[in-house]
Design a protein around this ligand. Structure first.
Ligand code: G6P
Length: 607
């Protein structure tokens, strides 16, 4: 996820672009840049790091002449966060500058084609193909060049474009990435979201997919993908700036929970090619896969629990033994590792100190490390032999949600990938890929099925402690569900393997003790059902998480949360969603600071 802005009017553009970018910084903050047009020339200024660096470099914009420009704050996907990879990107002839939010899926083939045609690339980004295509198609009409360019692009994009031959004009293009036009007095704007606009105007136009717009200081014209003019009414924004940043949600955590269908889709879609899973970026060869005798997954916090969930699928499909180890333990455990060990390191931030230390320890002993990481160019990504990015976009809430589900998604894809390369899954592959592709829709269904959660939160929020129980993958999800509850609501919550209750924990069950029972795996449902009956007979209040129409559970549990019909092999990505929402609403009932829970940090860079 990145943020883009554009301005045209009579005022100096750079300070307005910088101010807009600051408002969009939550969408990405590893590098930034602006391109401003003056005297039919485009000047580009870029920095790595935060917008404040760009402000410093440009004297808060005062050193940059011109009244028309575009800007970008980046969250790296293709290429590390460097100045070369920062946007805007310029065409070889210097006539066009482009900013882009989204991913161009077919950029590799376009890049090869453009290089063959003599175009020179300055960056490793997917975006740069766009500006060269525009140059290639330009015959004096920017609109025509944009139509021809977008006809060649596959993927998602919100684009901002300026052309030195059209002073005073900015162009905005939208396909599956948000883009909003702002209507000012003698000036007009575009931005990735209204946050960047509300200080200047509250009158906006939402562009739709496949549309583009030409903005000058006194006119906005909107076109469909064939160039036909479209008329669209303006909308009045009533949100305040803070609410706008959160997309209208009360907290970043809720926004990020709701972003999960899109985030999981971004993780899966580009990696399914010709009916198979391909991790082009990873570079793990079939010979290397055949060399693996064991896998160790290591991580901290929720990333560790993502590993616990992924283990089941990897072992089942690849038949390679998997151990999941806490990084803070592994680093001091004198681990048994050799060159046949594949170490899988999971980290949202890529900067967790214990995770990095465990990784170094294992690499020193000969393991090859595969990183599953969200932040491009982070330390974990740099240290790894193979890297797979989760592409969840920036996560602001301290308690991870979309970070976790995209990590589990990558592990599930990896399980199918390894099984396939080892020739172990045969014709089951098609069904498995279908199940993976269904996950975004099923997360959405999980939202729709659980409208009772705010009411359930009112019932359970005052509990002294909550027990989460489950078996197998249900147990792995219970671990993450309990952690979410602890982190943000400050309720004592523990997860137990349901079959272990009788070996001790059941002594703690007394009248009205809430037990959250996860029953989403039909093959072991009957077993968990017996455990539910055991705790119920000792007075527990049971909130069960299960399939719709699971009549056996419906008749025993006191309250219910639901998942849609999911493939038990890949259930965790959907199953966790009602538990994230339950933790959120319990924390809200308890008046907690949900996005910044006490004593916790988003990225723990100390031991
Ligand atoms: C902190 C965060 C957790 C996260 C863990 C690992 O404790 O609060 O949400 O799971 O660090 O972080 P990483 O960035 O390595 O995934």
């Amino acid at each position: 996820m990145c943020g883009i802005v554009g301005f045209t009017g009579a005022q100096s553009a750079a300070p307005i672009l910088l101010e807009g970018l600051k408002k969009l910084e939550y969408r990405g903050y590893d590098s930034a840049g602006i391109a401003v047009m003056a005297d039919r020339k485009i000047a580009v200024h870029k920095v790595t790091g935060r917008i404040s660096n760009l402000c410093e470099k440009t004297g808060d914009g005062s050193k940059v002449p011109g009244t028309t420009g575009i800007g970008h704050t980046r969250w790296a996907t293709h290429g590390a966060p460097t100045e070369e990879n920062a946007h805007p990107h310029l065409s070889n002839d210097g006539k066009f500058a482009v900013v882009h939010n989204g991913i161009i899926e077919n950029y590799m083939s376009l890049r090869e084609e453009l290089i063959r045609d003599g175009y020179h690339f300055e960056s490793e980004t997917d975006t740069e193909v766009i500006v060269h295509l525009i140059e290639m198609f330009y015959r004096g009409d920017v609109r025509e060049a944009l139509i021809k360019t977008t006809n060649r692009l596959r993927g998602s994009y919100a684009l901002g474009v300026i052309c030195s031959e059209e002073p005073g004009k900015i162009y905005a293009v939208r396909e599956a990435s948000p883009l909003i036009l702002g209507i000012g007095l003698g000036e007009n704007y575009f931005a990735s979201d209204v946050t960047a606009l509300v200080n200047h105007t509250r009158n906006v136009i939402y562009l739709e997919d496949g549309e583009f717009a030409e903005l000058s200081e006194d006119a906005i014209r909107i076109f469909d993908c064939t160039g036909q003019v479209i008329s669209r009414k303006a909308t009045r924004i009533l949100w305040d700036v803070q609410a706008a940043e959160k997309g209208g949600y009360e907290h970043f955590m809720l926004k990020e929970i709701m972003e999960q269908p899109g985030a999981v889709k971004a993780t899966i879609a580009p990696r399914i090619k010709n009916g198979a899973i391909e991790f082009e970026e990873m570079g793990l060869s079939v010979a290397e896969i055949k060399n693996i005798r064991n896998i160790i997954i290591t991580a901290c916090g929720s990333a560790y629990y993502a590993g616990c969930a992924g283990k089941y699928a990897i072992e089942r499909l690849s038949r390679i033994p998997v151990d999941v180890e806490l990084a803070s333990e592994l680093r001091y455990s004198d681990p048994l590792i050799d060159e046949h060990t594949l170490l899988i390191v999971i980290s949202q931030s890529g900067e967790t100190a214990d995770t990095i230390a465990a990784m170094k320890e294992c690499k020193d002993r000969g393991a090859k490390a595969l990183a599953i990481v969200n932040v491009v160019g982070s330390s974990v990504a740099k240290l790894a032999d193979y890297t797979v990015y989760t592409w969840a976009g920036p996560e602001i809430a301290v308690a991870t949600t979309k970070g976790y589900t995209t990590q589990v998604t990558v592990l599930y894809m990896l399980a199918v990938f390894l099984g396939d390369k080892l020739g172990l899954i045969g014709n089951r592959k098609t069904q498995m890929i279908h199940s993976l592709q269904s996950l975004p829709r099923q997360i959405q269904q999980a939202f729709d099925l659980n409208s009772s959660i705010p009411a359930l939160a009112k019932k359970y929020h005052a509990s002294k402690s909550l027990f989460f129980i489950g078996r197998n993958t249900d147990y792995a999800v219970a671990l993450e569900g309990a952690l979410k509850m602890k982190e943000i609501s400050y309720l004592h919550a523990e997860a137990y393997a349901a079959g272990e209750l009788k070996h001790g924990t059941i002594a703690l069950i007394e009248e009205h003790q809430p037990v959250i029972a996860l029953c989403c795996n039909p093959s072991i449902m009957e077993k968990t059902l017996s455990n539910i009956v055991e705790v119920k007979s000792r007075g527990a209040e049971v909130l069960a998480l299960t399939f719709r129409n699971n009549h056996k559970i419906l008749s025993v549990a006191d309250d219910l949360l639901f998942v849609p019909d999911i493939d038990p092999l890949f259930s965790a990505v959907v199953e966790i969603v009602p538990l994230q929402l339950l933790a959120y609403y319990v924390a809200k009932e308890n008046g907690c600071d949900i996005d910044k829970p006490k004593n916790l940090a988003k990225s723990v860079t100390v031991e």
